[in-house]
Design a protein around this ligand. Structure first.
Ligand SMILES: Cc1cc2nc3c(=O)[nH]c(=O)nc-3n(C[C@H](O)[C@H](O)[C@H](O)COP(=O)(O)OP(=O)(O)OC[C@H]3O[C@@H](n4cnc5c(N)ncnc54)[C@H](O)[C@@H]3O)c2cc1C
Length: 315
């Protein structure tokens, strides 16, 4: 075994695939399967938000955009190009990363919903997370990778020449890393009543906002960003608020059947931690966590950088 990856969310699976595709013998150990991670609760759309540092995130996001755009041509991956709009109640301009997208356009006043003063439209890869994680898992096991259930209590005790820490918010206690904060997100998944565009309202900057991400037969509705909260049971009052606000934008959602409710804890850190540490016995421990609200977006870029460094170190 050349490397053991700890964690089977989008970051761990992508990293393990990248290492395996580079020819390394790897396995994953994880406390929870992909279907029970934060990753499965993500909306999700490409966009480097709630993450840092900006320059590295921009580069990782660019790599991710290329990979996810290519996967949009492979239906089993659960990725497709989606057009929609972000709208704001204060004057704002599109973030710098939208220049990576070919179809970004600032909305005119007559295109904004009542009460909004700025907004932009773009097309980006949208990811149906349960399908995407299942695809990543198939791709990994197809490369000979294995996944075993195990809660790691000490990264140094994992037996492999290279250990890769992809534990998301688990890193807060495992590393330990007090700079990593869980930011709770709750979503409601409903049958799609015919919505074909995404919608994201930035709200007033508080913990509650509104988004709608259609993935063919279902729509993921959100959202929340409660800093420091880590309870994983969906809160009924939050689900009611999400349904009400989303139905105000798309009235067809009023009668939509709820098929799932999910909660995830975004691993928010001042900066993504992608770096190597040498253990006391000379082995290398890689950290790859703290992707905040952008783990889906950044996962391929971080995995590629990590794999190149691991290969360079083994030469
Ligand atoms: C509601 C919501 C919407 C989001 N929307 C988007 C979006 O639109 N676009 C985007 O790019 N990102 C989005 N995100 C952010 C994205 O989901 C996260 O950044 C990403 O899922 C983090 O992935 P991860 O693999 O690092 O962590 P996780 O998915 O949490 O996986 C961590 C893994 O580590 C394992 N683990 C933890 N501790 C241990 C231990 N001690 N021993 C063994 N295993 C351990 C866990 O069991 C799990 O398998 C969203 C997040 C939420 C919650």
């Amino acid at each position: 075994m050349d490397a053991v990856v700890v964690g089977a969310g989008v970051v761990g699976l992508t990293t393990a695939i990248s290492l395996a595709e580079a020819g390394l013998a790897t396995r994953i150990v994880t406390a929870a399967p992909p279907s029970a991670t934060t990753s499965v609760a993500a909306g999700a759309i490409w966009g480097p938000v709630r993450c840092g540092p900006p320059e590295r995130c921009y580069a990782w996001a660019r790599t991710g955009l290329g990979v996810l755009s290519a996967l949009a041509g492979e239906p089993p991956a659960g990725v497709r190009q989606l057009t929609g709009r972000e709208v704001c109640t204060s004057p704002k301009v599109p973030p710098a990363w939208t220049d990576l997208l070919p179809e970004t356009r600032v909305l005119g006043a007559c295109e904004l919903p009542a009460g909004f003063v700025s907004g932009w439209q773009y097309t980006a890869p949208a990811v149906n997370m349960p399908a995407y994680l299942a695809y990543l898992l198939r791709r990994y096991t197809g490369l000979g990778g294995s996944v075993s259930a195990e809660t790691v209590t000490s990264l140094a005790s994992v037996a492999a020449p290279v250990v890769v820490n992809c534990t998301g918010t688990g890193a807060r206690t495992l590393v330990p890393d007090a700079s990593l904060v869980p930011v709770r997100g709750q979503v409601v998944v409903v049958e799609n009543p015919g919505i074909g565009e995404f919608y994201l309202d930035h709200g007033t900057g508080g913990a509650d906002y509104v988004y709608v991400f259609p993935h063919e037969d279902v729509v993921v509705l959100g959202g929340t960003a409660y800093e420091g909260a880590s309870d994983l049971t969906p809160r009924p009052e939050v689900a009611d608020r999400i349904m009400r606000d989303c139905a105000a934008v798309f009235p067809a959602l009023r009668a939509a059947r709820v098929v799932a409710e999910r909660v995830g804890l975004r691993p928010v850190r001042p900066t993504v931690r992608l770096e190597a540490e040498t253990l006391s016995d000379g082995r290398v421990l890689w950290h790859n966590y703290g992707h905040g609200g952008a783990g889906v977006t950044l996962s391929w870029g971080c995995a590629a950088e990590l794999t190149s460094a691991v290969l360079a170190g083994s030469r």
